[in-house]
Write a protein that binds this ligand. Structure first.
Ligand SMILES: NC(=O)C1=CN([C@@H]2O[C@H](COP(=O)(O)OP(=O)(O)OC[C@H]3O[C@@H](n4cnc5c(N)ncnc54)[C@H](OP(=O)(O)O)[C@@H]3O)[C@@H](O)[C@H]2O)C=CC1
Ligand SMILES: O=CC(=O)O
Length: 361
């Protein structure tokens, strides 16, 4: 496993410095030498993460290196839109598609091209990213009629950044590989704001050469990237992380409501929690709105419940007991049954309020 983290210590190298560095490090690929800085250099393009590149030859790299690749982006929801936007703002050549076409329009205004099907996007691009809601939509967009696989061929790459289970990811990977193209699963940790800020954490697995090729693109959209091995490992890491997160939010919800019932000020609880060993940005950012019973959507509750369901399936596959996650999953199911699917997942607190304890008749 390898992990690269962009920190404040990462160096933005000038073209001259890159040229000097390249002369000492002949293994650095040409595409990393003296590349002109993109028109919108929001973040350092040349960081110490160049060390991640290996000398392995990539199927996909024969056509284009990461930054100059023609990039496709499928799925422009809460996460996909800002991710694609960051690529466009960094000067990349991006072609978009979304089931609901109107969501493409702001990106087209920023300079993106548009194609009317995943197949057409994949056929016209070197590397295609997909950010879909769930396993069903990820499969449909990759492998369905007019799906991306029908536009893939040798020399291209497909990077699925959706949160799905390992079995779905493997199916997609096999279908993509059957066309001669390369496949990388790369689900992300981090929500709407990190996506907007280019601060996502990529949990990748699959074709290592494709990982290396798209690393500069991942670095535009994210702050760190892990390479975890064979397809399925990235999905598994993401599901374990989100299993923990879903349980944490359910537990935090119980604490907020209990504090209020025993006469404490829940805002003070949020403050106390934020100063101690269990502090988390999730509590300090979501706590104040939860106290107001408002749940502006960053991570839809239906996706958190999907992740818990998939994590429980993963645990079942290896006979690992996960009683806390199972209990949390039930709460998210109650919240869904009360029409809270599209609210932020912090709306799970509503499932603990007395009036919601009995499902609607
Ligand atoms: N929001 C978050 O904080 C995070 C989300 N994730 C994961 O990222 C993925 C996307 O999340 P997010 O952007 O929040 O979700 P959204 O619900 O905002 O977007 C879902 C996307 O999937 C598309 N889609 C859904 N069903 C289909 C279908 N049958 N065929 C084609 N396209 C379909 C939607 O298209 P349309 O616009 O037409 O509905 C939309 O583009 C999920 O897997 C989620 O678990 C990961 C990390 C953080
Ligand atoms: O999947 C959600 C996240 O915040 O990460």
């Amino acid at each position: 496993m390898s992990c690269l983290v962009k920190t404040n210590y990462s160096l933005q190298l000038s073209s001259t410095a890159m040229a000097m560095c390249s002369s000492f490090c002949p293994q650095i690929p040409n595409q990393l030498r003296a590349r002109p800085i993109c028109p919108f250099p929001r973040k350092p393009l040349y960081t110490l993460s160049v060390k991640a590149f290996s000398s392995e030859t990539s199927n996909a790299s024969s056509k284009a290196d990461g930054l100059s690749a023609r990039i496709g982006f499928l799925g422009l929801g809460i996460m996909g839109s800002p991710m694609a936007q960051n690529l466009i703002k960094a000067g990349c050549d991006v072609t978009v598609w979304n089931r609901t076409k109107i969501k493409c329009d702001p990106l087209i205004s920023l300079g993106a091209k548009y194609k009317s099907s995943p197949r057409d996007v994949a056929a016209s691009c070197d590397v295609t990213f997909a950010m879909l809601a769930n396993p069903e939509s990820a499969l449909e967009v990759a492998c369905g009629e007019h799906g991306a696989a029908s536009g893939m061929s040798s020399g291209k790459g497909y990077v699925d950044v959706s949160t799905v289970d390992g079995a779905t990811s493997k199916l997609i990977g096999e279908r993509i590989n059957a066309t001669g193209a390369s496949f990388l699963e790369a689900p992300v940790s981090g929500s709407k704001k990190p996506a907007e800020d280019g601060q996502l954490i990529f949990l990748t697995a699959g074709d290592k050469s494709l990982f290396e090729l798209v690393a500069p693109l991942l670095d535009i959209m994210g702050k760190s990237r892990f390479y975890l091995g064979d397809v399925g490992k990235g999905a598994a890491m993401k599901l374990v992380v989100n299993m923990i997160m879903g349980s944490m939010m359910a537990s935090f919800s119980e604490g907020l409501l209990l504090s209020e019932k025993v006469g404490l000020d829940p805002s003070v609880l949020v403050e106390v929690v934020s100063q101690g060993a269990i502090s988390s940005p999730m509590y300090s950012t979501k706590g104040p709105s939860m106290i107001q019973s408002t749940y502006p959507t960053a991570f839809p509750l239906k996706h958190q419940q999907k992740d818990l369901r998939l994590a429980l399936g993963l645990a079942e596959s290896v006979s690992q007991p996960t009683p806390i996650a199972a209990a949390a999953n039930e709460l998210y199911k109650v919240a869904k049954s009360h029409g809270l699917s599209d609210q932020d997942f912090s709306a799970v607190i509503e499932a603990l309020k007395a009036k919601l304890q009995n499902p609607p008749k």
